[in-house]
Design a protein around this ligand. Structure first.
Ligand code: GDP
Ligand code: MG
Length: 615
C-alpha cells in the first residue's frame, strides 16, 4: 500500500473518530452522519463462535478482545486502528473514557467486558449501543473494524425469545450500509452451505462486491478432509478470493500463547500444509489485513470526489453558522477592548446611516422642522394677545397716569415681549421632538447591529450611554433655543420701529391723527404693527431654531454619541471588559463545537487535497 493511501485511510479514520466524538455532542448533524456513511468500514459477520473476534484480533496483531465459547460479544465494538510512527508507544483509548490511555491490553479486554455489562448486566442479553475503541500503534494498518455479536439459531437460557431476530437485525443494520466491507466468517469445520455469514452477506450484497469470505478453523477439520473447494472458489463464488485462517484454539488462549507466536504458527501451518502449500502466500491473517487495506484504498479512491464535496459543503455550512454565532471572544484585555470598540463602531455606523440617509428615520427630523415647528408657530394665540381689547389694556397699563403723546413706546415693548414669550413653547417642543426621534433611532440601530445580538450586556450599556448623551444634548438644545427666543426680546430691531412714526404721519392730516389717537383705529394699528414685528421674528426663529437643534443635538449625536462611554471603557480592567462581553453559555458551547468541527473539516480538506494531488 502506498504511503499516500496510508495517509488517506488514516485521514478517513480520523474523520470518523472525530465524527463520533463530535456527533456525541452535536446530535442530529446531518453532514456528520452522511460523511460517516460515505467513509468505508469493515464489519465482521458470522455465526456464534465462528472466530470473528479472533480474526479481528489477529488483523490488529494484539490480544484485547473477549473471546470464547457461547455469546461473548454482546455489543457492537467499533474499532479504529491508527498507524503511528515506528517506535512509538502502543495504546488504546475508549470514547466513553476519554483521556485514559490503556497500554495494558488485558485491561482493554476487561474494560470491553465491563462496559458491555454496564449496558446489559451480567446476562446473555445484547445491546445495539456500540462501544468505540481506538488503537494507536506502529504495527497496525489504518482501518475501522466493527466486531458484532454472532448470529444464532436458538435462544438459550436467560435470553429472550426474540434474541435470534434481534441479533440478525442489529448485524444487518451494520452490513447493509453500502459503505461497509463485509468480512463473512465461516468455520471450516462446518459445511459452507450452512454458513450464516454467507447467507446474510448474500442478502445485503448480492453482487459480492464488498464481501470477503474468510474461512477459520482450518486446523479443526476432520482428518482427511480439506477446504480447497471453498478456498478456490468452487463451492461458493465471491468477487474477492477466499482467505483461510488459523486462529488460536481455546487451548492456546488458555495457555496465553501470544500473538507473535500465533502468527508464526499460522504462517508455518500454511507453508508446511500438504493441502494449502500452493496457496500459502494468499492465506493467513496478515494477508487478509493487506487485502482489506487494498479494498479500502480502492473504495476511498472512488469516494474522494464525494467526500471532498461533502467536506466542502460542511465547511460552507459551518462557516455560515460561525458568522451567525459570531467569532469567539479574544482572551487578552487589549483584544477585548478592540472587540468592544469594533462593536460600538458598527452600531455608530448604522446610527449615522439613519441620520444621513440610506436607512430610514433621519427624515423625521426634517419633518419636525418643516411641519411640526411651522404649524406650532402658526397656532400661537397672537390673535388673542393682540386683540383690540388686550392691546388697549396693555398700552394703558404701560402708560400709567400719563397717556403717551406720540407713540406708546412702553406699550409696544410690553406687547412685543408678551408675544415673544409664546415662542418658547414651540421651540422647546422642537428640541423634544428631535430628541425622541434620535432616541428611537438609537433603539432601532441597536436592534439592527447584528454583531451586538450575542452581547446583551454590552447592548444595554451602549443603550444607556447613548441615551444619557442624548439627554445632555437635549438640555443643551433647550438652553440654546430658549436663549434664541430671549435674544429676540432683549433687543428689538430698531429699523422696524423707525418706520412706524412716518407711517403715522403718512396717514395724512396730523389733526385727524391726533383726534384718532385714543380711538379704536389707533389701537388696531398698534396691534397690527406688533403683529407684523412678531411675524418677522417668527420667520427668523423658523430658521434659527432648526440650526440650533441640529447644532446641539443632531451634529453632536453624530460626532460624540459614545464619547463618554469610550472614556469609561478605556478605564476598565480585563475582568470588567469580559463582563461587558458576556454571552449566553449555550451559545458559547455551540460556537466551540462549531469551531472544532470547522477545524477538523478544514484539516481534512487540506489533507485530501495534498493526497489527491500526490497521486
Ligand atoms: P466469535 O464468537 O465468532 O467472536 O468467536 P471467537 O473469536 O470468540 O472464537 C470462538 C472460539 O473458537 C474460541 O475459543 C477460539 O479459540 C476458537 N477459534 C477461533 N478460530 C479458531 C481457529 O482458527 N482454530 C482453532 N483451533 N480455534 C479457533
Ligand atoms: Mg466475538
Amino acid at each position: 500500500m502506498t504511503t499516500t493511501m496510508e495517509s488517506l485511510i488514516g485521514l478517513v479514520n480520523r474523520i470518523q473518530r472525530a465524527c463520533t466524538v463530535l456527533g456525541d455532542y452535536g446530535g442530529g448533524d446531518n453532514t456528520l452522519s452522511s460523511l460517516w456513511e460515505a467513509l468505508p468500514s469493515v464489519a465482521v459477520v458470522g455465526g456464534q463462535s465462528s472466530g470473528k473476534s479472533s480474526v479481528l484480533e489477529s488483523i490488529v496483531g494484539r490480544d484485547f478482545l473477549p473471546r470464547g465459547s457461547g455469546i461473548v460479544t454482546r455489543r457492537p465494538l467499533v474499532l479504529q486502528l491508527h498507524k503511528t510512527d515506528d517506535g512509538s508507544q502502543e495504546y488504546a483509548e475508549f470514547l466513553h473514557l476519554p483521556r485514559r490511555k490503556f497500554t495494558d491490553f488485558s485491561l482493554v479486554r476487561k474494560e470491553i467486558q465491563d462496559e458491555t455489562d454496564r449496558m446489559t448486566g451480567k446476562t446473555k442479553q445484547i445491546s445495539p449501543v456500540p462501544i468505540h475503541l481506538s488503537i494507536y500503534s506502529p504495527n497496525v494498518v489504518n482501518l475501522t473494524l466493527i466486531d458484532l455479536p454472532g448470529l444464532t439459531k436458538v435462544a438459550v437460557e436467560g435470553q429472550p425469545e426474540s434474541i435470534v431476530e434481534d441479533i440478525e437485525s442489529m448485524v444487518r443494520s451494520y452490513v447493509e450500509k453500502p459503505n461497509s466491507i463485509i468480512l463473512a466468517i465461516s468455520p471450516a469445520n462446518q459445511d459452507i452451505a450452512t454458513s450464516d455469514a454467507i447467507k446474510l452477506s448474500r442478502e445485503v450484497d448480492p453482487s459480492g462486491d464488498r464481501t470477503f469470505g474468510v474461512l477459520t478453523k482450518l486446523d479443526l477439520m476432520d482428518k482427511g478432509t480439506n477446504a480447497l473447494d471453498v478456498l478456490e472458489g468452487r463451492s461458493y463464488r465471491l468477487q474477492h478470493p477466499w482467505v483461510g485462517i488459523v486462529n488460536r484454539s481455546q487451548a492456546d488462549i488458555n495457555k496465553n500463547v501470544d500473538m507473535i507466536v500465533a502468527r508464526r504458527k499460522e504462517r508455518e501451518y500454511f507453508a508446511t500444509s500438504p493441502d494449502y502449500g500452493h496457496l500459502s502466500s494468499k492465506m493467513g491473517s496478515e494477508y487478509l489485513a493487506k487485502l482489506l487495506s487494498k479494498q479500502l484504498e480502492s473504495v476511498i479512491r472512488a469516494r474522494i470526489p464525494s467526500i471532498t464535496s461533502l467536506i466542502n459543503k460542511s465547511i460552507d455550512e459551518l462557516e455560515s453558522e460561525m458568522d451567525h454565532l459570531g467569532r469567539p471572544i479574544a482572551v487578552d484585555a487589549g483584544a477585548q477592548l478592540y472587540t468592544i470598540l469594533e462593536l460600538c463602531r458598527a452600531f455608530e455606523r448604522i446610527f449615522k446611516e439613519h441620520l444621513d440617509g440610506g436607512r430610514a428615520g433621519g427624515d423625521r427630523i426634517y419633518g419636525v422642522f418643516d411641519n411640526q415647528l411651522p404649524a406650532a408657530l402658526r397656532k400661537l394665540p397672537f390673535d388673542r394677545h393682540l386683540s383690540l381689547q388686550n392691546v388697549k389694556k396693555v398700552v394703558s397699563e404701560a402708560d400709567g397716569y400719563q397717556p403717551h403723546l406720540i407713540a406708546p413706546e412702553q406699550g409696544y415693548r410690553r406687547l412685543i415681549e408678551g408675544a415673544l414669550n409664546y415662542f418658547r413653547g414651540p421651540s422647546e417642543a422642537s428640541v423634544d421632538a428631535v430628541h425622541f426621534v434620535l432616541k428611537e433611532l438609537v433603539r432601532k440601530s441597536l436592534g439592527e447591529t447584528q454583531e451586538l445580538k450575542r452581547f446583551p450586556t454590552l447592548q444595554a450599556e451602549i443603550a444607556a450611554a447613548a441615551n444619557g448623551a442624548l439627554e445632555r444634548f437635549r438640555e443643551d438644545g433647550r438652553k440654546t433655543v430658549v436663549r434664541l427666543v430671549d435674544m429676540e426680546s432683549s433687543y428689538l430691531t430698531v429699523d422696524f420701529f423707525r418706520r412706524l412714526p412716518q407711517e403715522v404721519e403718512k396717514g395724512g392730516n396730523p389733526a385727524a391723527s391726533t383726534t384718532d389717537r385714543y380711538a379704536e383705529g389707533h389701537f388696531r394699528r398698534i396691534g397690527s404693527n406688533v403683529s407684523s414685528y412678531v411675524g418677522m421674528v417668527s420667520e427668523t426663529l423658523k430658521n434659527t431654531i432648526p440650526k440650533a437643534v441640529v447644532y446641539c443635538q443632531v451634529r453632536e449625536a453624530k460626532q460624540s454619541l459614545l464619547n463618554n462611554f469610550y472614556i469609561q471603557i478605556g478605564k476598565k480592567e480585563g475582568k470588567q471588559l469580559l463582563q461587558l462581553l458576556d454571552e449566553d453559555p449555550a451559545l458559547m458551547e455551540r460556537r466551540q463545537q462549531c469551531a472544532k468541527r470547522l477545524e477538523l473539516y478544514k484539516a481534512a480538506r487540506d489533507e485530501i487535497d495534498s493526497v489527491s494531488w500526490a497521486r
